[in-house]
Design a protein around this ligand. Structure first.
Ligand code: AMP
Length: 157
């Protein structure tokens, strides 16, 4: 079996052969890889073999969740299977749970990636398009973040 460096060796599901461009054991880990490995704390709402989801620390709206694949690839269109499809399957699972937890009209989705070069899918509860404004993020107290996290996590199958 071939492994994609130390990071992907830890995170890859059994039998996954990482593409050559991920194979650099000396590369610096992204903040999201460090969250997935537990090195950096987060408000986790969901995890499975290929994906990991947690509250955004600077939410656009309360209940703003990020889903990351457990492989460190920058651009979404370069993410290999099974990770690529798994991110969207997780989004389908989490969106109704988030909507119910915070009572929003819709769950907007965004792929940006200008800050963190590790693909992440933003799920943002919103009642109107004007609420999706990344220049108006607002920190939430830890106790409130934990409440939101628990509400979402308890609604995921
Ligand atoms: P972008 O790369 O532009 O899609 O944005 C990166 C997102 O990651 C931003 O919304 C940040 O608030 C979020 N973020 C960065 N560090 C953390 C962290 N340690 N925990 C949760 N969210 C984070």
């Amino acid at each position: 079996m071939r492994f994609g460096g130390f990071v992907n060796w830890i995170l890859a599901p059994q039998g996954y052969n990482a593409p050559a461009f991920t194979q650099n054991a000396m590369s610096e880990q992204s903040i999201f890889t460090r969250i997935v490995s537990g090195e950096i704390p987060c408000y986790k709402v969901y995890e499975d073999e290929c994906t990991f989801a947690f509250l955004d620390i600077n939410p656009v709206r309360p209940g703003h969740v990020l889903i990351v694949p457990k492989i460190e690839i920058d651009q979404f269109f370069e993410v290999p299977e099974p990770y690529y499809s798994a991110v969207f399957a997780t989004a389908k699972k989490l969106a109704p749970a988030i909507r119910e937890a915070v009572g929003s009209v819709r769950i907007a989705t965004v792929i940006a990636g200008f800050d963190v070069p590790h693909f992440h899918y933003h799920l943002i509860p919103a009642d109107s398009l004007s609420e999706i404004d990344f220049s108006k993020t607002k920190k939430i107290e830890p106790a409130e973040m934990e409440k939101i996290r628990a509400k979402i996590a308890s609604r995921v199958d």
